[in-house]
Design a binder for this molecule. Sequence first.
Ligand code: KG4
Ligand code: ZN
Length: 338
Amino acid sequence: MLLLSIESSCDDSAIALTEIDSRKLILHKKISQEIEHARYGGVVPELASRLHAVDLPKLLESALPWFKEITAVAVTNEPGLAVTLNEGVMMAKAFATFQKVPLIPVHHLKGHIYSLFIEKPTRLPMLVILISGGHTMVLRVLGLQEMEVLATSMDDSVGESYDKVAKMMGLGYPGGPIVEALAREGDPDRFELPVPLRNSPLIAFSLSGLKNAVRLTVEKLGGPDKMSEQDRRDLAAAFQKALITHLIQKIRKILARESIPDVALVGGASANLAIREAFDSLCREYGKRLHTAPLEFCADNAAMIGRYGLDALAEGLTCSPEEITVSANRKLQPGMKL
Ligand code: KG4
Ligand code: ZN
């Protein structure tokens, strides 16, 4: 018995097949639209939706040999871009109707959390730091349906700020891996950038001020075309240093008060090795264990949607094709449940 899972919340079309009893991944494939969106410096929703309409059926075709063994379909139905979520949900609905199998609606952020458990048993409770292109938050995760937001970003997300900094320096999209690679070679102390909310007692994140400080520095250097390779490396290093200092300062306060011993870092930006190392030392300082997903499952993928789907299926959290709905972004605040 296999679970088919589908992801299309942003700019990656992905499907996976997971064995329901053993949790083994049978197939996982993804077609990324990064190149198509790169020339616009960010995701263009209508273009993304059109590309999903082309790529999702191609991916589904690769699962054809297993069609008869599929007994449930999990699909991301929130949050994300409504026009792209719709593409995956429509394909899941058509498949579920035709094959007469149940649907499992999956919250994309819960999927990122379950990327920790791909081909592994579920291990909860956990304090989860989620840093992606769309979100930055800390959650107390006790169970499948017990996830509470403890802190969020008041403006840009971590991934988004890397993307914007890359764009300001005239680099490509997505900016995360490019800025991280530059930062590794740069001097983080050449430019002094402000650590956000440094003197505020708020346990929240804010990255737009730091982004503006990067913009002003680029302008002072004469714009992206006048910057030398060393300027780019040093500015990337200074940006990343201020961002990490900010994340650590705020999350330290949460670790100090929460008794849960397991901490996890998930989401596309959790692939960043400098961020991983900083959280590894922080966790050791507080006697906590840091968990991360394998690098290939940090960014959007369908394996994590399937892994959440397995636990949801076991709890009977299924619906019919008529019942599933799509919802785009809703502002998450501390105290809210996912
Ligand atoms: O989780 P994800 O694939 O999509 C969302 O759900 O948003 O995350 C994509 C984001 C992009 O903003 C990308 O720049 C960022 O993750 N990212 C990184 C790194 N790799 C990807 N950010 C910082 N450092 C990286 N190495
Ligand atoms: Zn994501």
